[in-house]
Design a protein around this ligand. Structure first.
Ligand code: NOJ
Ligand code: MG
Length: 531
């Protein structure tokens, strides 16, 4: 695999543009801000950045409601600012991945305005319109991810339209070839500029049942969960026809060299991997979110790695995601000590790692006072802990006012974490043992060691909270041993080795044989003696 693609070797870093760096003092991050902070990414060793949507939007779902697929929202800058960013990203040898949101547009998109204008509008069929049920009310029982029915009644035309998310995010009708053609054109607009790929929002939602059958009840739904969890989305998502749509997106990408198609897909491994497509003509990387969902338990995680590796189609390239703008941050999920182990795990598993901004310094979920809540999810179904504002707070760069995120006089759109005592990039750059320095060392090691970036994965039996595996490339054999528990751990060593990196007390270069003793929450990478 000497000729691996950049997206196989590289680390993807997700930037949430509103919260990375504000350059104009409105308290909201923007494109010039991201450009100013590229040094941080280069210093860390990141290969590609994926930025969440920056297109014109009423911001009902903070950019995931798009009113123009080929523009830039003034909050983030303008097309010149975008072109400047893309140029500088490329000048530094980085790649830029945009967020494509093809499942739904904003209700303010001209397409939807036209569609809604009348039953006879030429664009009526660009969205999903249905008559009320015979006895009145919504056409079926489908639920919105953000609470309530997924059907919105339109008084003027007497029909309902479908929205998997907010009513302000009507779903496009991907059975309509004109919709496909229009979205393909939008993709080409950015690809022609030189954008290196897309992360496709809710890829598994793109096609719904053509008969609009009711979704079955979910017997496993418990109280306090997401409201849409009441039903199993059997007929509203992950339909067989979706794969043909994905292949269509891929065909657009394949007309350009070296681009990557990433799919956001929340499904169990066996269904997830179908999104690689027949003959691998689907997504290059169907996002694998298992580390976000799994309890932090060595045996469970060992099992899910095996299950995922076994499910992958031949030639399908794996990937692992540790966090994103929709879920609790890793440092909040597992605590500061285990966040270091998580860094080792992410950077040593087989497959492309994706890292969420701020996780490299151990940012935690920031409590949001009720009057500062911005996320529509929290507003719709308050108090369930589903709101995503806590994981979208501004990046703390340094100890200056507003943590260097926005000018001193400005008010950041979401509160910064607690006080000056929290982690900052500047502080962690000074501390040799910081999480940030650990990430940087890991990324450098991964770049140096083809065994880590491209090598095979071999599970190693271990007990208790110890997770162990080898990565092989040619003669090179690396052993990764992680202690996911709060007690000391041990792994017998069949072959002697030398420490390449430790998140705890083991000195780099130390020779070990017989056994490896781990501190609570320590992770170690060993180079094993060639046999
Ligand atoms: C998934 C995105 O990650 C999330 O932030 C958004 O609200 C929904 N899709 C709807 O676009
Ligand atoms: Mg700004």
């Amino acid at each position: 695999m000497a000729e691996a693609e950049w997206w196989q070797r590289g680390l993807v870093y997700q930037v949430y543009p509103r919260s990375f760096q504000d350059s104009d003092g409105d308290g909201i991050g923007d494109l010039d801000g991201i450009r100013r902070r590229l040094d941080h990414l280069v210093w860390m060793g990141v290969d590609a950045l994926w930025i969440s949507p920056v297109f014109p939007s009423p911001m009902k779902d903070f950019g995931y409601d798009i009113a123009d697929y080929c523009g830039i929202d003034p909050i983030f800058g303008d097309m010149d600012a975008f072109d400047r960013l893309l140029r500088e990203v490329h000048a530094r040898g980085l790649k830029l991945i945009l967020d494509l949101v093809p499942n739904h547009s904003s209700d303010q998109h001209p397409w939807f305005r036209e569609s809604r204008a009348s039953r006879h509008s030429p664009r009526r069929d660009w969205y999903i319109w249905r008559d009320p049920a015979p006895e009145g009310g919504p056409p079926n029982n489908w639920l919105s991810e953000f609470g309530g029915s997924a059907w919105q009644f339109d008084e003027a035309s007497g029909q309902y339209y479908y929205h998997a998310f907010l009513p302000e995010q009507p779903d496009l009708n991907w059975r309509n070839p004109a919709v496909r053609a229009a979205m393909h054109d939008a993709m080409r607009f950015w690809l022609d500029k030189g954008v290196d790929g897309f992360r496709v929002d809710v890829m598994w939602h793109l096609i719904k049942d053509d008969q609009f059958r009711d979704n079955p009840e979910n017997p496993g739904a418990g109280p306090g969960g997401a409201p849409a969890g009441r039903l199993i989305p059997e007929f509203s998502a992950d339909r067989p026809e979706v794969h043909e749509v994905v292949a269509g997106l891929r065909a657009v990408m394949d007309a350009y060299p070296a681009r990557v198609l990433i799919g956001e897909i929340w499904l169990p491994p066996e269904r997830l991997v179908r999104y690689y497509g027949a003959n691998l003509q689907g997504a290059h990387l169907p996002f694998n979110f298992q580390l976000i969902d799994a309890p932090w338990d060595a045996r469970l995680i060992a099992g899910l790695i095996d299950r995922y590796e076994a499910a992958l189609p031949p030639g399908g390239w794996p990937n692992w995601v540790l966090g994103n703008h929709d879920r609790s941050r890793i440092a909040s999920r597992v605590g500061p000590r285990q966040a270091r182990v998580a860094a080792l795990l992410l950077l040593t598993l087989r497959g492309t790692p994706t890292l969420y901004y701020g996780d490299e310094i151990g940012m935690t979920d920031v409590p949001i006072p009720p009057e500062r809540v911005r996320d529509p999810y929290e507003k719709n179904v308050p108090g369930l802990g589903l709101g995503r504002d806590p994981v979208r707070t501004p990046m703390p760069w340094d100890g200056s006012a507003n943590a260097g995120f926005c000018p001193p006089g400005a008010t950041p759109w979401l509160p910064l974490g607690a006080d000056g005592a929290g982690p900052t990039v500047a502080r962690q750059r000074e501390e040799p043992d910081s999480l940030l320095q650990l990430y940087r060392r890991l990324i450098a090691l991964r770049r140096m060691e083809p065994a880590l970036s491209l090598g095979s994965y071999v599970a190693v039996p271990a007990g208790g909270q110890v997770l162990a595996y080898e990565r092989h490339h040619g003669d090179r054999r690396l052993l990764v041993v992680l202690n996911l528990g709060g007690d000391a751990g041990v792994l017998p060593l069949a072959v002697p080795g030398r420490v390449l990196l430790s998140s705890g007390g083991h000195a780099v270069g130390a020779a070990l044989s017989g056994r490896l003793d781990l501190e609570p929450g320590e992770g170690v990478i060993l180079a094993l003696q060639p046999g």
